[in-house]
Design a protein around this ligand. Structure first.
Ligand code: 48N
Length: 317
């Protein structure tokens, strides 16, 4: 008995202290002006930050995240997959159409897909000309080897591209979020068309067999770009879903490696594979049955740019 009174006393003392100190009316209104006067940036043991309350940090995140989520439940274009193809599409689309609400859904905590390394865990990235023009556009230095260029570390390309995409005011990215399904509607002509995506936090999506029904969320959009790659826990998601939803007879399945055949084929065949759904990058190799190209990324860049043009065409039609 004594123990439990002790602990409840403890709890009430804790609450009082934190409550009184935390002054409910003052949360978020902490006057940082004198705080900033206290800010000291010297490194002789005097370094001081402006004061903050824990609640301010939580509210700064919650407010922005859920405002973005609320706003983007209706988007103009949803891009599924933030690999090299999806990110290039997002960049080119956002730069060409700054008035479009572009929402990227990326299943991993870390966006970038397979573009953090060149090949076999080696770091240099090879990009065949003329795709190097995109590197010049976003400011990625490279070594010119004639028919191709080499970026000294793949992460230099991907981090630069990612930072350019996230700096675009009309782009919102939700990473650690998976697309679990497609929204499919019948249009006035009775034709089935993709009208958005069904989402869940990835940790939830990966645990549907450990917990009972954890229903998803939705984002509606007249255009969806699928760029979920050819492998990985949820790779080629949309292509596989088209088959299971009866919108595609069967997967073409990615074929053997042939760089010279595969890269132009992926770029030139990036297209609207179902009404409202554009497919890009290596997901297209699975959808169509195209050759793979291995550790060269110019095809992903070209496919991403082509997908952006296709997205504009479909959105405007
Ligand atoms: O990098 P990937 O896998 O896909 P792409 O098409 O952008 O680039 C492919 C490229 O990296 C290669 O594979 C190279 C050229 N090699 C070719 C070869 O021959 O081997 O990015 C796909 C992204 C990843 O970040 C996934 O996490 C994400 O898509 N993703 C999803 N995001 C949300 N919902 C999903 N269901 C989902 N599935 C995958």
């Amino acid at each position: 008995m004594a123990l439990c009174t002790q602990s409840s006393k403890m709890a009430s003392v804790l609450t009082q202290t934190s409550e009184s100190k935390l002054d409910k009316n003052n949360i978020g209104k902490l006057n940082l002006s004198n705080g900033s006067a206290d800010v000291v940036e010297n490194y002789e043991g005097q370094y001081r930050f402006a004061p903050i309350q824990e609640a301010q940090v939580s509210r700064a995140m919650i407010k922005r995240y859920f405002e973005a989520m609320y706003d983007r439940v209706v988007s103009d274009v949803v891009i599924v997959g933030a690999g090299s193809a999806g990110l290039t599409c997002a960049y080119h689309l956002a730069a060409t159409r700054p008035n479009l609400k572009i929402t990227i859904i990326e299943a991993n905590v870390a966006p970038g897909g397979g573009a953090w390394l060149g090949g076999q865990l080696m770091t240099p990235m090879v990009i065949r000309k003329p795709a190097n023009r995109f590197l010049q556009e976003i400011g990625v230095p490279y070594e010119d080897e004639g028919a191709y260029v080499v970026v000294k570390h793949a992460a230099l390309f991907t981090s630069t591209l990612l930072s350019r995409v996230l700096a675009m005011p009309n782009v919102v990215m939700f990473n650690a979020t998976a697309v679990e399904d497609l929204i499919v509607k019948e249009d006035h002509a009775g034709q089935q068309r993709i009208a958005g995506v069904v989402t869940n936090w990835t940790l939830v999506a990966l645990n549907h067999d450990t917990q009972s029904c954890m229903d998803p969320n939705t984002i509606t959009a007249p255009v969806v770009v699928a760029a979920t790659g050819h492998d990985g826990p949820m790779g080629s998601f949309a292509a596989k879903r088209l088959v299971s939803a009866g919108l595609l007879k069967e997967l073409g399945n990615m074929r053997g490696l042939d760089m010279n055949r595969s890269e132009p084929a992926i770029v030139n065949n990036t297209r609207e594979v179902a009404p409202g759904l554009i497919m890009a990058g290596m997901e297209l190799s699975e959808h169509d049955g195209r050759n793979r190209m291995g550790p060269t990324f110019g095809g992903m860049i070209g496919s991403g740019i082509k997908a952006a043009h296709e997205a504009i065409r479909v959105f405007d039609s």
